[in-house]
Write a new protein. Structure first.
Length: 138
C-alpha cells in the first residue's frame, strides 16, 4: 500500500464535515494484473432522492519544486483511475483533490483551465489548515 499524502487526514476530515461517510481508506481496486490504491472512497445518502452518491478521491499536495511536473503525474494517475473505475465501479465519480493555493495559482490560470476542460477533470479544492472543502468543480 502506498504512503498517504501529507494532507490526507485534512481532506478526510473535510469530507466528513460535509456529511460524507468514508467507506474505504484507501480504496483498493484490482484490475487485470494491477493493484490500484485510490486515496479515499466516500458515500453520502441524499434523502430526497433516496439514493447515494459514491465518490473516490485522489489527494495531491503539490508541495514539490515543479507544479507542472506534479500535475503531469497526478493527471496520469487520475486518467488511469477513472478508466478503471468506469469498468469496475461505474457509479463512483473520481475527483482530484488539490490545495486551494495550487488551484488559484495553477488550475485557475489559462493552462489549468484548459487541462480541466480537455481532460474533464473533477476537482475537490481543499484548505488543509482548516480541514475544509473550498469548492467542488464538476
Amino acid at each position: 500500500m502506498p504512503a498517504k499524502d501529507k494532507y490526507h487526514l485534512a481532506v478526510r476530515v473535510a469530507l466528513e464535515k460535509e456529511g460524507w461517510v468514508i467507506t474505504h481508506d484507501p480504496l483498493y481496486v484490482r484490475f487485470l494484473d494491477k493493484e490500484l490504491w485510490i486515496d479515499l472512497a466516500a458515500e453520502r445518502v441524499i434523502a430526497a432522492e433516496k439514493q447515494g452518491q459514491k465518490i473516490a478521491i485522489e489527494i495531491k499536495s503539490f508541495l514539490g519544486s515543479s507544479v507542472l511536473s506534479e500535475f503531469h503525474e497526478a493527471l496520469g494517475q487520475f486518467i488511469n483511475y477513472r478508466a478503471v473505475l468506469l469498468e469496475k465501479e461505474p457509479e463512483r465519480v473520481l475527483y482530484l483533490a488539490v490545495p486551494v493555493d495550487t488551484f488559484d495559482a495553477f488550475f485557475n490560470a489559462p493552462f489549468g483551465e484548459f487541462a480541466i476542460r480537455s481532460f474533464q477533470l473533477r476537482l475537490l479544492v481543499y484548505r488543509a489548515s482548516r480541514q475544509e472543502i473550498v469548492q467542488w468543480i464538476e
